[in-house]
Ligand binder design. Structure first.
Ligand code: GLN
Length: 456
């Protein structure tokens, strides 16, 4: 832990960390050392980990990347944080992210990273003029810059997989419901999932095993499945594994350099004995409008709690209660968050609900059905994570739709609630990392991690 705290302080330029608490970190590390010396080591004893600042923590400020939670201190830890700590992991600090996890480039954070006086973008350690991806951009950059061996992330529409891809690391989003959402600041509750981001599939498997498990009293959507050891089959042979290749993931929108790296990775899989099977995910393109209706709809409802009364920011000068709400929310939320609240309120409103929200829900179901059809002929699905390598800082920041379109390959799996991961496939333009996405059927995390581990 001391080693990583030193590295974090020596390398603030990535903008990855937003909070440290050395005393708390060292206390956890000492407790782990004592257990180790007594021969009572826990599964992750002494393993340093940093948390995306969307998980609330008692010992560190929790901002969710928003001015709205400026000065907020949570009285409790998120379940994922508790579970990792109970397995012996040592929390290094909190990581920058897009405000309320809304974004694909980590350019939407309203929080000043450590070493900065004002909000600053997280930078990609592979090329400091490039974005790290988002919304778990701080997590991916921290692991890639070796400021932490592992980090937590959350994935609503790709926020673990895409930054992992852009920063050349490994990340997995489990089946919806595997990890408790308790204490994860809610964005779109029917999509949000936590997962680990680390250097290898093996590390991810160990972390995921600690993170997942039922939490019936605190998250009603957490699955009633016993904790699993996702590392159990890492070395199993993948001879005969049927890898579905969706034609829709390899169309015109895919940059040639990304395609070349993904194709090369798939050739490696064939050498390992896997068989490539063409499949169809015909509603891939529809996943963008569907997601950008459903996620903002849920966000507009979830974010109504930030009203200046219960926690976080409150405007200074105001008239009546309504005026206080208005001023607080106008000051506290950034542009992207406001945009989503407006879209969400619109698609849920009387007269538009049937045309937009209900329609989106129906197509969401069809997208999930398409996957079930595809899994009749394959064991896992493979393709790119994103259409391009990491783009330049600022390149898309003025164009929300350009950001949304870049989510095309991660959104279908999210809408279906399926597990998905990104593993380093190779390099594209400018020597920038390219991730390979593996999507599995429900509860097939062990199989995905096995396939990724054999490749690594
Ligand atoms: N880029 C997507 C969005 O902006 C996904 C974010 C996420 O998974 N948290 O909503």
């Amino acid at each position: 832990a001391t080693h990583f705290l030193g590295r974090i302080q020596a390398a603030p330029q990535w903008g990855a960390f937003v909070a440290l608490n050395e005393e708390a970190t060292l206390a956890q590390a000492r407790a782990a050392d004592e257990r180790l010396s007594r021969g009572e080591a826990l599964a992750l004893d002494g393993v340093p980990i940093a948390h995306k600042d969307i998980f609330v923590t008692k010992n560190f400020a929790s901002t969710a990347g928003s001015k709205m939670l400026d000065g907020y201190r949570s009285p409790f830890d998120a379940t994922v944080v508790t579970r990792l700590a109970d397995a012996g992991a040592v929390t290094l600090g909190k990581l920058n992210c897009d405000e309320f996890a809304m974004g694909s480039a980590n350019e939407n954070s309203a929080v000043a990273p450590l070493g900065f006086d004002a909000p600053a973008p997280v930078r990609n350690p592979w090329a400091s003029d490039r974005v790290p991806g988002g919304s778990s951009g701080g997590s991916a950059a921290a692991v890639a810059a070796r400021l932490a061996p592992a980090a937590t992330g959350t994935d609503t529409g790709g926020s673990i997989r895409q930054p992992a891809s852009f920063c050349g690391i490994t990340g997995i989003k489990p089946t919806y419901g595997r990890a408790s959402r308790y204490g994860m600041v809610a964005f779109a509750s029917s999509l949000d999932q936590a997962g680990p981001m680390a250097r290898s599939a093996e590390d991810c498997a160990l972390l995921l095993s600690a993170m997942c498990g039922p939490d019936p009293d605190r998250d009603s959507t957490s699955l009633d499945l016993p904790a699993e050891n996702f590392a159990r089959g890492l070395n199993d042979s993948i001879d005969g594994l049927r890898i579905g290749i969706p034609a829709e993931f390899f169309g015109d929108g895919l940059a040639p350099d990304v395609r070349a790296a993904v194709d090369a990775a798939l050739k490696e899989y064939e050498k390992l004995g896997a068989k490539l099977v063409p499949i169809a995910l015909p509603r891939t393109e529809l996943s963008i409008p569907v997601y950008y209706i459903i996620a903002p709809a849920e966000a507009s409802s979830n974010l109504s709690r930030f009203d200046g009364v219960k926690f976080g920011h409150r405007a200074k000068d105001y008239g009546d209660l309504t005026d206080m709400y208005k001023k607080t929310r106008a000051e506290g939320f950034g542009d992207e968050v406001k945009r989503r609240i407006m879209i969400g309120a619109y698609v849920l409103s009387h007269g538009y609900y049937d045309a937009y929200y209900l329609q989106a829900q129906k197509i969401r179901r069809m997208i999930a059905d398409d996957f079930q059809q595809a899994f009749k002929s394959c064991d896992v699905i493979a393709g790119p994570v994103a259409p391009t390598v990491a783009w330049k800082l600022g390149e898309k920041s003025a164009d929300p739709v350009a950001n949304y379109l870049a989510d095309i390959f991660t959104l279908p799996g999210s809408l279906a609630g399926l597990p998905g991961m990104s593993l380093p496939a190779g390099f594209g333009e400018g020597g920038l990392p390219v991730g390979l996405q593996l999507i599995g059927n429900y509860f097939s995390e062990a199989k995905l991690l096995n396939a990724a581990h054999r490749f690594q």
